[in-house]
Design a protein around this ligand. Structure first.
Ligand code: KIV
Ligand code: ZN
Length: 419
């Protein structure tokens, strides 16, 4: 399980397990399989296919994924119970590289209030279940749940115990999204440095986004020596979601020179994967979502559009092509400038005749104040009307002229500001 290249980060995708378990995100077996195929194309190292004990449908989905996927390790989740582990093994044993993932709490909050057990009982149960899972499968991951709120000394004792019992991946979850990046980084560093036997295990992290820190905490853990990241497409997952795969992967790529880390993801498959997950879960991606939101490569204000049209480097830190998008977008709104207006006209193959430019621009401003976005169709009309002195060629006076009186002061101001 240990990798020889110390800078290689393994991507563990849990869209089909943690992502799918959030309310409203249910996926049937066919949809799960389609996403798993796309994750394989994307180049993830591990696919967590589901929680087989939870329902016959999920068991079957995990089994189909395990039987078909060949390019990635296939894992599934079990609580520290024999019946869960048996269900996982039954579902994934035909995978090319199967892995059993066991979760058992480590924080006192969970041990007292959820499990009603003692620390000693939890250690014993965890170790017994890891041994049992190792008897079935060569690859066993142990997740001490709620590690982010646990006593670090007890966490270290737990990690040592599970490695001794045969776990070869230790995952440190910030289950409640509670940690600050420097705290979480410090916790992971301590565990890796102090747990006996740590050289026998790969260290993974699993962060939730309750305070919007999942990616930052993941990054802190990588800086501290973790080399596997659990994440989901579009950041979906319990409550506020998990570390977003696309964000962490593009972070590694865009800041490679600074971070010195790499992963095996084909980033040009990111947009396709994000859209597939959004379509099959029926949940749109928020427009301003980093990397995959509809606005992530869209420029709307005159100042930004002018800058980006002069040189993309002015406002783009990554290329749209790198995430599988054809191009960035110059969106025409009431905040756009003349440079963007001309750019979009020229992309439509429209050149205004001499003297018509100001008229067309004024018409554009009038219209832009009345709607969210000026479309290609609007531009064609604006150009045609400007060339024909205000008529669209259908005999009717132009709609935009009715707005002229109301808007001319605002237009003049905008003209002065944006050119
Ligand atoms: O959030 C969590 O702790 C989990 C574990 C199963 C890793 O999802
Ligand atoms: Zn989780």
């Amino acid at each position: 399980m240990k990798e020889t290249n110390p800078d290689r980060v393994f991507i563990f995708d849990t869209t089909l397990r943690d992502g799918e378990q959030s309310p409203g995100f249910h996926l049937d077996a066919n949809s799960k399989l389609r996403i798993a195929r796309q994750l394989e194309k994307l180049g993830v190292d591990v696919i967590e296919a589901g929680f087989p004990i939870s329902s016959p449908g999920d068991f079957e989905a995990c089994r189909r994924i395990a039987r078909e996927i060949r390019g990635a390790t296939v894992t599934a989740l079990a609580r520290a119970k024999r019946e869960d582990i048996d269900a996982v093994w039954g579902a994934i044993r035909d995978a090319q590289t199967p892995q059993i993932h066991i979760v058992l709490s480590v924080s006192d909050v969970h041990i007292d209030r959820k499990l009603g057990m003692t620390r000693e009982q939890v250690l014993k149960r965890g170790a017994e279940m890891v041994e049992y899972a190792r008897f079935l499968c060569d690859n066993v991951e142990y997740s001490p749940e709620d590690a982010g709120r646990a006593d670090p000394d007890y966490l270290i004792e737990t990690v040592e115990t599970m490695i001794a019992a045969g776990a070869n991946v230790i995952n440190i979850p910030d289950t409640t999204g509670y940690c600050l990046p420097y705290e979480f980084g410090e916790l992971v560093r301590r565990v890796i440095n102090e747990a006996r036997g740590c050289e026998k295990a790969l260290f993974s992290v699993h962060c939730h986004n309750d305070l919007g820190l999942a990616v930052a905490n993941t990054l802190a853990a990588l800086a501290a020596g973790a080399r596997r990241v659990e994440c989901t497409i579009n950041g979906i997952g319990e409550r506020a979601g998990n570390t977003s795969l696309e964000e962490v992967v593009m972070l590694l790529r865009v800041r490679q020179a600074k971070l010195g880390l790499e992963c095996g993801i084909d980033t040009t498959e990111i947009t396709r994967t994000s859209r597939l997950v959004s379509e099959l879960t029926g949940t749109p991606v928020q427009p301003n979502k980093a990397v995959v939101g509809a606005n992530a490569f869209a420029h709307a204000s005159g100042i930004h559009q002018d800058g980006v049209l002069k040189d993309r480097l002015n406002y783009e830190i990554m290329k749209p092509e790198d995430v599988g998008l054809a191009d960035s977008k110059i969106v025409l709104t009431a905040r756009s400038g003349r440079h963007a207006f001309h750019h979009r006209l020229s992309r439509l193959g429209i050149t205004l005749t001499d003297g018509k430019d100001d008229v067309a621009w004024q018409r554009f401003l009038q219209l832009a104040d009345t709607k969210k976005e000026v479309t290609d169709e609007d531009l064609r009309k604006i150009a045609a009307m400007s060339e024909t002195n205000g008529h669209e060629g259908n005999g009717h006076p132009p709609v935009t002229d009715q707005l002229h009186d109301h808007n001319h002061v605002a237009d003049a101001m905008r003209h002065l500001i944006f050119g």
